[in-house]
Design a protein around this ligand. Structure first.
Ligand code: SF4
Length: 334
């Protein structure tokens, strides 16, 4: 996934050589509350290529999940979405996910070309059907053999015998794995996985991550939305760091983890237990009252008077972008 106005972050060689699958340009999402407007996603531009696994990371409330729901037209009625998100598909006309309308999204996109592993699978599963029936119906609807149900269950780490349970009989981790199987059943070219490892123990976390990685290795693209930086590092080609509704750094995974350029990305990595284990100081801003300049300024050790102006995404050495007036030079610390 690459910001369109600047140097691409380095995806895997296979992804870098492939065609753009999704081109997002100037995406914005606002929610109208009774007495305030919440700016959840601001001026977000990127391209996702076939075979690419992009991790979107950041603190809770930074806009990660809203981004996923905006791409699938799953926002509530008080949301306004602006910009464009053009989905390409071999042999079919491109579809602008922002402007095409709910009818097209339902008929051509959701659960077909684009799959979603929701953050709260228990509430997304039909409570009156067993997992087996849910999976078989989904496979049949997409022209696939219902005999694939057991194979899909095994793929996501679910005992096929558990498919005969109803959703309320599943643990949180089992429901998560069933939701992942349902999202994979139509064989979508783009899978958006919103915290797909929630409720799983470590071996199943790794199993799920490796499953997502294999999706990309067969030519699909995956957007992994996660607060788990270790998960991002394990499987992502590129990482986009979001802060207060914006992407502040977007890099090749190894580059981000070895030499973050944005002070927030650096602070986020410093909070990891195997690093400084030092929490990011201060609190993120309210999305109802974002400042006109850099939203990270009150927490940033590198801020200057220049930071009252909003920094734009700028190419960074080695590829990718950073939105900061004073990025951290390679080899330096904050
Ligand atoms: S623009 Fe300024 S305040 Fe914002 S992250 Fe960069 S140095 Fe810090």
């Amino acid at each position: 996934m690459t910001t369109t106005e600047s140097v691409p972050a380095e995806a895997s060689p296979r992804a870098a050589a492939s065609q753009p699958l999704l081109a997002v340009d100037g995406l914005g999402v606002e929610f109208q509350l009774r007495d305030a407007r919440v700016r959840a996603v601001s001026d977000l531009s990127l391209t996702i290529r076939a075979g690419e696994l992009l991790a979107v990371v950041g603190e809770s409330g930074c806009g990660k999940s809203v981004l996923a729901h905006a791409l699938l037209g799953l926002l509530p009625g008080n949301a306004t979405t602006t910009g464009h998100a053009v989905l390409h598909h071999p042999g079919a006309d491109p579809v602008d996910l922002v402007t095409c309308g709910q009818r097209q999204l339902a008929r051509r996109v959701r659960g077909r070309r684009v799959g979603l592993v929701p953050q709260s699978p228990a509430t997304a599963l039909n409570p009156v059907r067993t997992g087996r029936r849910l999976l078989a119906e989904t496979l049949r609807a997409h022209g696939r053999d219902r005999a694939d149900t057991d194979r899909l269950a095994v793929d996501v780490g679910l005992d096929p015998a558990d498919l005969d349970r109803y959703p309320h009989e599943l643990s949180g981790g089992m429901a998560q794995r069933l939701a992942t199987a349902l999202a994979l059943a139509p064989d979508p070219s783009l899978l958006i996985a919103d915290e797909p490892t929630t409720g799983l123990d470590r071996p199943l976390v790794d199993h799920t991550l490796d499953l997502l990685r294999r999706r990309c290795d067969t030519g699909a693209a995956v957007v992994l939305i996660t607060h788990d930086l270790a998960a991002a590092r394990r499987v992502a080609d590129t990482v986009a760091v979001m802060y207060a509704s914006r992407i502040v750094e977007h890099r090749d995974t190894d580059q981000l983890f070895t030499a973050p350029a944005h002070p927030y990305a650096s602070a986020l990595l410093d909070a990891l237990p195997d690093r400084a284990f030092r929490p990011v100081p201060g609190d993120p801003p309210m999305l109802t009252a974002l400042p006109p300049g850099c939203a990270f300024a009150p927490r940033c050790p590198r801020r200057t008077d220049t930071c009252v102006d909003r920094p734009q995404p700028t190419p960074v050495t080695g590829g990718g972008t950073v939105a900061c007036h004073h990025p951290i030079p390679t080899g330096a610390t904050t």
